[in-house]
Ligand binder design. Structure first.
Ligand SMILES: [Zn+2]
Length: 54
């Protein structure tokens, strides 16, 4: 299923396919990229500090 936003936790992440680039998970609230598609859940996210579990 759609992963929840690690920054807010109250909304799902969105996929933003950029032409010429790899698609990535983005937070539609802050408009920031969370992780590359396929890089979420399988490995540690690139910005591990932002997804710290409370
Ligand atoms: Zn968010």
């Amino acid at each position: 299923m759609w992963p929840r936003c690690p920054l807010h936790g109250d909304h799902p992440l969105d996929i933003e396919p950029e032409p010429g680039e790899d698609p990535h998970w983005v937070c539609e609230k802050d408009a920031v990229a969370i992780a590359a598609l396929g890089g979420l859940g399988t490995d540690r996210p690139p910005n591990e500090g932002a997804v710290e579990d409370v």
